[in-house]
Write a protein of this length. Structure first.
Length: 185
């Protein structure tokens, strides 16, 4: 209860801090996948470095407490559930807005404020995460494309390659270890 009252459960980071954290996590993953001499010690050292950084950021976050907290919105929770349950269907902003009987402009603004991503980008990222899972399960590329709600195969390939740097047909889950990026890139 004290954590919630004092916002100790919330850490707002700038892009530089996010990038540093991502790089440290990537370095930890690389060490974890390496059999080189000293990899285990280096991994532990990087983990300690990550924890020190997170604690420093947390302790310095008191200076940024004047930023208005984001208020929880039940409509956005419903929108997220709707999107996650309908990835294979039409998820245009117009469709989602009409499903929830709200203005598409209000929805776009509220979604961006609550989630930190545009609806379109969120939908594409969720579809790509599903695609990775379906590819790992051995489904054909055409099945993956249609089950993930992409209108055509070429847009599916373009989106997959843009985010993961490899075409879906060349994706190998044992080689490619990607995080699930939900961001506005």
């Amino acid at each position: 209860e004290v954590a919630i009252k004092n916002n100790y459960n919330l850490l707002r980071l700038n892009m530089k801090s996010i990038e540093i954290i991502k790089n440290l996590i990537q370095d930890i993953q690389n060490c974890n996948n390496s059999n080189e001499f000293g990899s285990e010690i280096l991994k532990e050292s990087l983990f300690v470095q990550l924890m020190v950084l997170m604690n420093r950021l947390f302790l310095n976050s008191d200076k940024n407490r004047d930023i208005e907290d984001i208020q929880y919105d039940k409509t956005i929770e419903g929108v997220l559930n709707y999107i996650n349950s309908n990835l294979e269907n039409d998820l245009s902003i117009d469709t989602i807005a009409s499903e929830f009987f709200i203005s598409k402009y209000y929805l776009m603004r509220k979604f961006k404020n609550q989630i930190g991503s545009s609806i379109h980008n969120y939908v594409v990222q969720k579809r790509l995460i599903l695609a990775r899972s379906l590819i790992s399960d051995g489904l054909s590329m055409s099945s993956v494309c249609s089950r993930c709600g992409f209108n055509d195969y070429s847009s599916f390939v373009r989106a997959f390659k843009k985010v993961y740097g490899v075409s879906p047909s060349n994706y190998n889950p044992t080689i490619h270890n990607f995080e699930n990026p939900i961001s506005d890139t």
